[in-house]
Design a protein around this ligand. Structure first.
Ligand SMILES: *[C@@H]1O[C@H](CO)[C@@H](O)[C@H](O)[C@H]1NC(C)=O
Ligand SMILES: *[C@@H]1O[C@H](CO)[C@@H](O)[C@H](O)[C@H]1NC(C)=O
Ligand SMILES: *[C@@H]1O[C@H](CO)[C@@H](O)[C@H](O)[C@H]1NC(C)=O
Length: 415
């Protein structure tokens, strides 16, 4: 396991001043001080540092391991908390750049701090993170919501160390190695985790044809998509998600283009619903990952990220124009299973929890904190035909997901 607890040896410390030359020592000391001053002056507001107010008080560290980071509330700070990166980070997809696109509440987003009920959530300190996880590979595997989280982490780390090599390890869509730390972070794009493709009825007939299916998508529940199939052997830390595409009727229309599930190369009979296919695929992919990793590989599964369409779904004029987080009772209205538009989030989570129970995966539960943040989507600022109430502004909420991810990771490594 490369994620070792040691930080970098302070190799820059000068040799012991055994040399009689005291003046030389004084010279060296003042030179170092000067370098430190110039260095800190040259780097503006995004200097990576722990914000003292938010630092984990030592007396409360004991609580942390039993703390549920997912249970808490959003507290407004009197002023904007300095972000660890800004709108100039190149990894921010244009439509998510709410500061750059001047979203009306783009800056206010950074005023809200997540406060767990029984402990503090420490803010990820980019420099400390780079030191601690040197010589390791971290892979995000999933849909564009995992890319949103990946971009947040890359931006935080790049603000602390700009020397990177851009490349695509092990089938990744994008990736960076932080050269001074030999730390690689990659994003593997996959919508369903499993392989899928167009299917149409064969003239020779078959069990699906007999049931009247003419076309659809073949979804192989036991075959990982190629973009990430090699990732378990490459990364030391993995963070997965899937969910949005399973409930995407515009692509997988139940009548025009249904999902047709295959296992061992044969159709699952009788055909099952996407909800059941989702569980089947999850079970296979969890097993696939467990067989290809050791106990030392840290495996996370992120819970579903909620959408906040109000007044209709994404293609029916739905919008998300709020400028404040929701109140708890508003969350219940918007996400109750009675309310069709955004109800999938809880259904997906129920299956995730069921399948992940008893496996070696850690669950990163970001759903509750995110359900409250109806204000944190790009909305109209993305400049698309439809409002974006699914992805998140950057900087923004997924920075807090990463805080929770790293805090959970460190707690696990200490245990
Ligand atoms: C942690 O808090 C979340 C949000 O309130 C809750 O859904 C979950 O059940 C809690 N987890 C545990 C282990 O208590
Ligand atoms: C960089 O890290 C990898 C593990 O990710 C390790 O195998 C390799 O030896 C490291 N390279 C150096 C130069 O330390
Ligand atoms: C669904 O959510 C909307 C808010 O977008 C709310 O006005 C409505 O009452 C909710 N409907 C139900 C049945 O909960």
């Amino acid at each position: 396991m490369a994620a070792r607890g040691t930080t970098k040896r302070a190799s820059a410390v000068a040799a012991p001043p055994s040399c009689s030359c005291f003046a030389r020592f004084v010279f060296l000391a003042s030179f170092l001080l000067l370098v430190a001053l110039v260095y800190s002056a040259a780097r503006p507001s995004i200097i990576p540092r722990y914000d003292d107010r938010l630092k984990d008080p030592p007396a409360r560290r004991g609580d942390r391991r039993t703390c549920n980071y997912s249970d808490g509330s959003w507290i407004p700070e009197p002023e904007t908390v300095p972000s660890r990166y800004d709108h100039t980070c190149k990894e921010i997809f244009k439509g998510w750049n709410c500061l750059g696109n001047r979203k009306i509440n783009g800056r206010d987003l950074l005023r809200w701090r997540w406060q767990p009920s029984r402990c503090h959530l420490p803010r990820l300190d980019p420099l400390r993170f780079l030191h601690r996880f040197r010589d390791s590979n971290i892979g995000f595997v999933g849909d564009s919501l995992n890319r949103n989280m990946f971009a947040s982490l890359v931006c935080m780390l790049r603000s602390a160390s700009g020397e990177v090599r851009k490349w695509r390890p092990a089938g990744a869509d994008r990736g960076f190695t932080f050269l001074n730390y030999n730390l690689t972070i990659a994003y593997h794009r996959t919508n369903l985790l499993v392989q899928y493709g167009r299917w149409s009825a064969s003239d020779l007939g078959g069990p699906l044809e007999l049931r009247g299916y003419k076309q659809g998508y073949r979804v192989d529940v036991d075959v990982p998509e190629r973009s990430w199939a090699e990732a378990p052997g490459f990364h030391h830390i993995l963070i997965f998600n899937t969910g949005h595409w399973w409930w995407a009727p515009s692509k997988f229309d139940p009548v025009q283009s249904p999902m047709l599930f295959f296992e061992n190369g044969l159709p699952v009979l009788p055909p099952v619903t996407p909800e059941i296919g989702f569980s089947l695929a999850l079970r296979h992919m969890i097993l696939y990952v467990e067989r290809r990793t050791t106990m030392d590989t840290m495996k996370f599964f992120r819970t579903q990220s909620p959408r906040h369409f109000e007044g209709g779904d994404w293609n029916l004029g739905g919008s998300c124009r709020r400028t404040q987080p929701l109140l708890p009772h508003e969350v219940e209205e918007l996400f109750s299973t009675k309310n069709a538009t955004n109800a999938e989030v809880r259904v997906i989570n129920r299956h995730l929890y069921e399948v992940l129970h008893g496996t070696s995966f850690h669950i990163l539960d970001i759903t509750r904190m995110s359900e409250l943040r109806a204000d944190a989507h790009p909305s109209t600022t993305g400049g698309k035909m439809h409002e974006d109430c699914m992805h998140w502004c950057l900087p923004g909420l997924t920075d807090t997901w990463n805080d929770a991810f790293i805090a959970t990771l460190e707690d696990q490594l200490e245990n």
